[in-house]
Ligand binder design. Structure first.
Ligand SMILES: Cc1cc2nc3c(=O)[nH]c(=O)nc-3n(C[C@H](O)[C@H](O)[C@H](O)COP(=O)(O)OP(=O)(O)OC[C@H]3O[C@@H](n4cnc5c(N)ncnc54)[C@H](O)[C@@H]3O)c2cc1C
Length: 437
């Protein structure tokens, strides 16, 4: 570190640093260990810009770190970590949008907006940061109809890798390459998000289908008729080896304990095998309950087209998961999130379907006791990744590292040359988040 002289420069700038370096040595995956030499904790956009400028001028590689819910080392480094979590709070809001600092959690956003508004979509895990999630994509609870969370971004206060600060909107090309840009072009100091007018209560059903075919037919019907707004689903393996898909289907309501109007007839058209009502409940409070997740988790998340070839890939993955024994490490099953594809998001990890307008994100999150177990299962997970990538899938780039010569071409397609050109122009020494480009 002394070779960069950066510790003195950051201290000299009055920017807080953390002494808890070990706390930054791992991420949610808990199987990769890399302790940084220094952690800066900027408290506002000016301090963030100053920190990045100091790193840039001294040639110090750095990573931007939000809640570290990545699980493949994306926020780990031997050099400098910039911890975004002090950069938190609401900057401003109006009737249809809210501007928050990049390290703000989705929980804070949701609590600020309730009881009559909400972000366009909310991920499962509300304690992740807005900037971190938007750098990956953001698969949320309304994804079937509203697409990825990045589709709801109206503008940003952007710090480029050299510390230059700019306000950008949807009219600026750079915003497209920051959204799902994995922090390659710098940091979101703040972000302006569109909001939806919705009551804070949800009511609906927990349902199950006994085959993928029934599930697929129901999702097509849901997308066509928009009968329920919120759809979260999981493929589970029964003890006898058969499959089921369980889902929460819900709509917003103003009345606690009351089912949404027409709930039953809407449900009949979806033909679930079982359905249990969930009366009005507060999504934010449920999601905010602390969850212990103490195991090692080398996650693999993929996006497949929601069409026949995509479903064939899903079946092939499922067979491999069972044949390899990985199924025993997935007691919560495999999350499937049907997601609407939105145009004009060049880096969105959403493969184009041959029919319809959806893809599906699937999350394979083994729950393992030790790092050794993770290292043993990694080859199997990489085989699954290769199988899916060979068939046109994309990776959700927050999981295990996949080493393939053609990964970037497959992942970013026609957007790759421009993405690379922007990276070279803005960060010629590849100091910012150097794990990807
Ligand atoms: C149990 C579990 C459930 C999950 N559920 C979902 C889900 O429902 N939907 C979903 O989309 N994902 C989900 N994920 C994936 C993960 O949560 C996302 O990648 C996460 O939202 C990222 O947020 P974070 O604050 O943890 O970011 P981090 O992991 O800290 O960072 C993610 C990336 O963003 C970059 N970054 C961080 N902050 C900024 C910033 N301000 N500006 C620019 N770049 C930045 C980092 O360098 C890194 O490359 C889940 C993960 C787990 C472990």
């Amino acid at each position: 570190m002394s070779s960069y002289g950066i510790l003195e420069a950051i201290r000299g700038g009055g920017i807080p640093i953390s002494r808890q370096l070990r706390a930054y040595a791992t991420d949610f995956g808990r199987y990769i260990l890399r302790q940084p030499l220094m952690v800066a904790m900027p408290r506002d956009p000016a301090e963030l810009a100053q920190t990045m400028r100091i790193c840039f001028e001294r040639g110090a590689p750095y990573v931007l770190r939000g809640a570290a819910h990545s699980s493949g080392g994306q926020v780990l480094t031997d050099d400098v970590v910039i911890d975004m979590r002090q950069l938190t709070g609401v900057v401003t809001q109006d009737a249809a949008s809210i501007t928050v600092l990049g390290g703000t959690t989705w929980l804070t956003v949701a609590e600020t907006l309730r009881k009559s508004r909400r972000p366009v979509s909310l991920t499962d895990n509300l304690v992740t940061t807005v900037g971190g999630t938007l750098s990956v994509g953001g698969v949320g609870d309304l994804a079937l109809h509203e697409g990825l969370q990045i589709a709801s971004v109206l503008g940003a206060d952007w710090i480029a890798p050299d510390g230059t600060r700019r306000t950008i909107t949807r009219d600026d090309e750079e915003l497209g390459y920051l959204l799902a840009g994995r922090g390659q072009l710098g940091a979101f100091a703040s972000v302006t998000l569109a909001t939806l007018d919705r009551p804070h209560l949800l009511a609906g059903h927990v349902v199950a289908w006994s085959s993928l075919e029934q599930y697929v037919a129901a999702i097509r019907e849901l997308r066509r008729e928009r009968t329920f707004e919120l759809v979260r689903s999981t493929l589970v393996w029964r003890a006898d080896g058969s499959l089921a898909v369980r889902a929460v289907l819900a709509s917003f309501t103003t009345h606690e304990g009351v089912m949404p109007p027409l709930g039953d007839t809407r449900l009949t058209a979806l033909a679930p095998t079982t359905a249990d009502p969930i009366p009005g409940s507060d999504r934010h409070l449920v999601a905010a309950e602390p969850r212990t997740w103490n195991y090692v988790c080398p996650a693999l998340e993929l996006a497949l087209p929601f069409d026949e070839p995509g479903l064939a890939t899903l079946r092939a993955l499922e067979r491999e998961i069972v044949a390899s024994g990985l199924v025993a490490t997935l007691p919560d099953g495999m999350a499937i999130a049907p997601t609407r594809i939105m145009p004009n998001l060049p880096l969105a990890p959403t493969p184009l379907p041959s029919e319809g307008d959806c893809c599906m994100f699937i999350a394979i999150r083994p729950q393992l006791p030790t790092r050794g177990d993770a290292l043993r299962w990694l080859p199997v997970l990489r085989t699954l990744a290769d199988l899916a990538l060979d068939r046109g899938a994309k990776l959700y780039l927050m999981g295990i590292h996949v080493d393939r010569a053609d990964l970037l071409e497959r992942q970013f397609g026609a957007a790759l040359p421009r993405f690379r050109a922007l990276k070279s122009a803005l960060d010629p020494h590849r100091l910012c988040n150097r794990w990807l480009l």
